[in-house]
Design a protein around this ligand. Structure first.
Ligand SMILES: Cc1ncc(COP(=O)(O)O)c(C=O)c1O
Length: 390
């Protein structure tokens, strides 16, 4: 079976995990900080907070951005539900702005309109779809003018670079960025995520929110009289200062993440080469085009997505996916647009309001792209698709 995405684990990764298992500290230990430091250094951000998933990270980021009841949060309709759910978890209203069909990322002009329609927008979450970075300087200028905070959904984009050459997650153009380490992503920790930021108060807030809202670092006590007994420190004392969550990640996962991070550049160069090879292979097929035709040199290449004109090719997507599955090739659709989900429909959203997202959804197909995909396997995938989509 050739999946659409798969992690790559080697002996070094296994050894890194085994070492933690042989040690006394399985969670809240030194590997968490070490992984945070390594990711912060890699992307060029001052701070990083590791969490149990990117979903948890987006929730905490929304809270730290001040998203809450009476506010709204705007994201892309073409994303995983987690990007929009962050608004709902925080008690805010979710809103969407349509994509740019050339990049499948949030369209800056549509964002400007969406911000006009939602003057209570507290935050915007652009999604670097498939790893291709959004035009962040332009999006930042639009958000700054509207007083909205920017949180990047960088779940697909570890290792990617903006047009200015800086790495996604450096937070030069946002308050926070959130990465995912789910096994199909660019590095794996099993489940896991990371929030990066350059803002110290935000960093401190994220640390508290990650662990029940309990004070961290040098946060001062709100009830100092309970912190001492006749001038002697009460060693057991801590304070829950706001309602937080248990979104921590383990040292076991962070050891794996640290080991994986060492291979990220190697992973990325293979993903880039595979994507270029797909581009060339399908260039001659009239009914097929890559969903994202530019920015290949700076994308994180989490996914390789085709746009297929199924009507002209006289095959439905369902038939194509089944026929490929019969050849042991797994494909997927990223994503069912969030406004089309029954839960979002029940909130009044309609996909028809996002025509570019609708058109993209009708044509999209993610085909296998991962570090361990061999040239032979890729050739087999190309041949199979070309046979079925003339
Ligand atoms: C764009 C996007 N955002 C957020 C997430 C959530 O990531 P996690 O599974 O780490 O919670 C995903 C996961 O697929 C995603 O694709």
């Amino acid at each position: 079976m050739i999946p659409y995405g798969r992690h790559f684990i080697d002996e070094d990764d296994i050894q890194a995990v085994v070492e933690v298992l042989r040690n006394a500290v399985l969670t809240q230990g030194p590997m968490v900080q070490a992984f945070e430091d390594a990711v912060a250094t890699y992307v060029g951000a001052r701070y990083a907070v590791a969490v149990s998933s990117a979903t948890a990270g987006l929730h905490l980021a929304a809270l730290a951005a001040g998203v809450g009841p009476g506010t709204s949060l705007i994201t892309s309709p073409i994303t995983f539900v987690a990007s929009a759910n962050a608004a709902l978890y925080a008690g805010a209203e979710a809103a969407f702005c349509d994509i740019d069909p050339a990049t499948i990322n949030m369209c800056p002009d549509n964002l400007r309109d969406a911000l006009r329609k939602h003057p209570n927008a507290r935050a915007v979450i652009p999604v670097h779809y498939a790893g291709l970075p959004c035009d962040m300087p332009l999006i930042k200028a639009i958000c700054d003018a509207a007083g909205a905070v920017l949180i990047e959904d960088a779940a697909h984009a570890l290792g990617a670079r903006y047009a200015d050459g800086q790495r996604v997650g450096c937070c030069a153009h946002s308050l926070m960025a959130v990465f995912s380490f789910h096994p199909v992503k660019n590095i794996a920790t099993g489940e896991g995520g990371m929030i990066t930021t350059n803002d110290e108060p935000t960093y401190r807030r994220l640390l508290r929110l990650r662990s029940h809202g309990i004070n961290k670092l040098t946060d001062s006590f709100q009830l100092p009289e309970q912190a001492t007994t006749a001038g002697v420190e009460n060693m057991w004392y801590y304070e829950m200062q706001e309602l937080g969550f248990h979104y921590r990640i383990t040292d076991i996962q962070c050891a794996l993440g640290l080991s994986q991070l060492k291979k990220l550049d190697q992973f990325l160069s293979r993903r880039t080469a595979l994507a270029s090879s797909y581009d060339q292979s399908f260039a001659s097929v009239q009914t097929i085009r890559p969903a994202q035709s530019s920015g290949h040199d700076r994308s994180g290449h989490h996914l390789y997505v085709l746009r297929i004109d199924y009507a002209t090719a006289k095959i439905s997507r369902a038939e194509l996916m089944h026929s490929l599955m019969a050849k042991q090739i797994v494909t997927q659709v990223h994503y069912i647009p969030v406004p089309n989900q029954p839960y979002y429909q029940s909130l009044g959203f309609q996909l028809a309001h996002y025509p570019n997202a609708q058109c993209f959804y009708d044509q999209a197909l993610s085909i296998p792209l991962f570090y361990g995909l061999t040239d032979e396997q890729q050739g087999f995938v190309v041949l199979a698709i070309k046979e079925l989509v003339p």
